[in-house]
Every structure is written in C-alpha cells, then in structure tokens.
Design a protein around this ligand. Structure first.
Ligand code: NAP
Ligand code: F7E
Length: 319
C-alpha cells in the first residue's frame, strides 16, 4: 500500500485528492495546521479512512518529523494562503507559507528521503498580466499579486530542486478549479451561494467587483486526477492543467441566476470594494502537453460546473 502525504487536507483540493487516493488504495496522511476549532468540514465523510496529523508549512521541524514517521512515497503540497485579495493585506505571511513553505517541504524531503515524489500546487496566477494567449508551460510569468509572486517562487524552487538534487519534483500549473467545496469568498462560490440565498428569500443582492475578468474554470474533482497522473510519470516535469476555454464573471452570473429562473441584472450590484489593486484580466490555458503526456481531459463542462454548484448550495440552504 503506497503512502501519500497531502498538505492542505482541509482545503478544497485536499479533500478531492484524498478521496481519489483512497479509491486507489493509498494510505493517506493529511496534514492540518493546529487551530482552536476543528475545521474538517470538507473531509468529514472520509476522516475515519485517513490519518490527519498536525503540521505547518511555517514550521520546518514539523515537516521533517512527518516524513520520518510516515515514510511516504509521494508528497502533494497543496497547502497555501490561497486567497488572492488576502495576499495584499498579508503579503509577508503569504510569502512565508506559499513561497518559503515549499522550500521547507523540499528541504525536509531532501534530508529524509530524496526519492519521495513531490507535487507542487502551482497556479495560473503566475501568468498574471499575460504575455501570451493561451498560456502553456513555456509562457513567461508576470504575476500581479503577492500571491502570484509567491507561487512563482514556489514553482522555480521546485524546478531548482529537481535540477540541483535530481529530485522527482513536479510543478502542476493549474488554472482555476471550483466545486461545491470551494471557499465562500472565491467568486464562483460567492455567486452560487448568493443565487441559492436569493432564490430561497434569504438574501436580497450580490455585491461583486470586476464582472469582465475572464477565467479558465474547471471542476476540482477532474484536476486532482491530473495531480496524481503527474507523479506516476517516468520523469518530473511542469504541466499546465485547464479546460482551454475562458468565461467572464458576468457569464458565470448569467448561467447561475438563470439556472434558478432569475435574471442576474436584478440582483448583482457592482462594489468598488471587490476590485483589486492589480487585476488578472484574462486567463486561458493551452493544456495540450497534459493531454498528450498524461492522457488527461476534464470531464465537467463550464455550464455543468455552474449548475452543480448552484444546485448544491440550494440543497444545502434548504436543509
Ligand atoms: P484552499 O481551499 O484555500 O486550501 C488551502 C489549504 O492550505 C487549507 O487546508 C489550509 O488550512 C492550508 N494551509 C494554509 N496555511 C497553511 C500552513 N501554514 N500550514 C499548513 N497548511 C496550511 O485551496 P485549494 O483551492 O484547495 O487549492 C489547493 C492548492 O492549489 C493551493 O496551494 C492553491 O494556492 C493552489 N491552486 C489552487 C487553484 C484553484 O483554483 N483552486 C488553482 C491553482 C493553484 P486551513 O483549512 O486551516 O486554512
Ligand atoms: O477571483 C473577480 C476577481 O477570487 C476570480 C485561487 O484559487 O484561482 C483563484 O484565484 C476573478 C478575479 O479567484 C469578485 O477580480 C469579481 O478576477 O475567485 P477568485 P482567483 O483570484 O482567480 C487561482 C488560479 C489561484 O491559484 C488562487 O489560489 O473574479 N471578481 N468580483 C471577484 N472575486 C472575488 N473573490 N470576489 C468578488 O466579489
């Protein structure tokens, strides 16, 4: 039975990846940071099938101990301060966790067992003010937030440990992926939750920032499959993962509200508060390398994703 360590187990992707690895008969060790209240909402249904251990990307010793104790063959580094607006309010913390945290995990692997296969959760935010459309593995980076800058560091330190120490260190450059488990502050979940609230008479309006921003949105359940596939290859590499389609926040609103027989124009209010100091206007992936090398394809379409999220929030709020 292979053992995998997942940092960020309490997050959206951590929960889907744990489900996938359990199906593949892995022993799953999920790393959660200590908090005063337990935060297992996304993993409640599998918590008895995995081992949740305390650890923190800000604490080198905790990472070393974990690797020594559980002897994994694969480490998936999904933990991060991942909300872009927070990265302007807490830029140093974002750098410490999202950038330096990667080095701490790579160092722990180098000391304990450099043969461990390592996955780094890199991001399309690294492309930022895009220098090429669509974006592939060779597109230069131009990050537009402290989060994007931290992810560029995380990406390059992963590549550097691969080249310096011959480690199996892979970087998955994933475009936005969403699900009913997405955090409430991200725009897709904010919209699906508001649509459900408005439909059920609990909310009156939805305040949003830039409706024209365009993203390549896929379903998180499809994307964790790509993470696993990357670590099953003969060699470590970098892969872009996305749908190859882009849609605006406005389009997301149109589909989400109309799925509940509502018109978004009656409820969406523009609010300067949600504009960013520097915006990423357009992201669209070229995932042809992943398609060819990993035989990976997303299964859920954009429209399906929107309706799955709205239906899930409607069901939840009705309960
Ligand atoms: P998420 O839901 O925000 O989850 C982040 C996880 O990191 C949470 O479990 C969080 O724990 C944990 N964490 C934060 N600080 C930590 C620390 N100091 N030590 C240990 N754990 C810590 O993010 P996600 O959407 O699942 O994304 C997973 C990864 O992929 C992240 O690295 C993200 O930046 C990256 N990514 C995401 C997307 C996307 O569209 N979802 C796209 C590209 C890349 P708490 O629950 O305690 O906060
Ligand atoms: O914003 C616009 C906003 O916060 C998407 C993270 O997982 O994906 C995510 O980062 C777009 C932006 O995600 C609101 O300006 C409009 O252009 O849902 P988001 P993100 O910033 O793309 C990448 C790939 C990651 O790696 C990150 O970790 O939507 N937008 N109005 C809004 N965004 C929010 N949050 N709230 C609004 O009211």
């Amino acid at each position: 039975m292979p053992t995998a360590i997942i940092t960020g187990i309490t997050g959206q992707d951590g929960s889907y990846l744990a489900e996938l690895l359990l199906k593949k008969e892995y022993r799953v060790i999920g790393v959660a940071r200590r908090s005063s209240t337990v935060n297992y909402e996304r993993i409640e249904h599998i918590v008895d099938d995995i081992t949740v251990v305390q650890g923190d990307l800000q604490d080198q010793g905790s990472l070393l101990s974990l690797l020594e104790e559980y002897k994994p063959s694969e480490v998936y580094n999904l933990a991060a301060q991942s909300f872009v607006p927070t990265s302007w309010n807490q830029p140093a913390l974002t750098g410490d966790v999202t950038a330096l945290g990667v080095t701490r995990m790579l160092e722990a692997i180098r000391f304990v067992n450099p043969k461990i296969r390592f996955y780094q959760a890199s991001s399309s935010e690294m492309f930022g003010k895009v220098l090429e459309v669509p974006q592939n593995e060779d597109t230069p980076f131009y990050p537009r937030s402290p989060y994007g800058v931290a992810k560029v560091y995380g990406h390059w330190i992963t590549v550097n440990y691969r080249e310096s120490f011959d480690m199996f260190a892979t970087s998955g450059i994933l475009f936005n992926h969403e699900s009913p488990r997405r955090g409430m502050e991200f725009v897709t979940r904010k919209i699906s939750n508001a649509v459900a609230g408005i439909k059920l008479g609990k909310t009156k309006e939805l305040r949003l920032g830039n409706l024209e921003a365009q993203r390549d949105w896929g379903f998180a359940g499809d994307y964790v499959e790509a993470m696993w596939l990357m670590l099953q290859q003969d060699h470590p590499d970098n892969y872009v993962i996305g749908t190859g389609e882009t849609h605006s926040v406005r389009e997301f609103c149109e589909i989400a509200f109309s799925h509940a027989d509502l018109d978004y124009k009656d409820f969406v209010v523009m609010d300067e508060k949600f504009y960013r100091p520097a915006e990423v206007d357009l992201l669209i992936s070229d995932p042809s390398k992943a398609r060819a090398a990993l035989k990976w394809e997303p299964a859920v379409s954009f429209k399906e994703l929107v309706t799955i999220m709205v239906d899930s929030d409607l069901a939840r709020l009705k309960r």
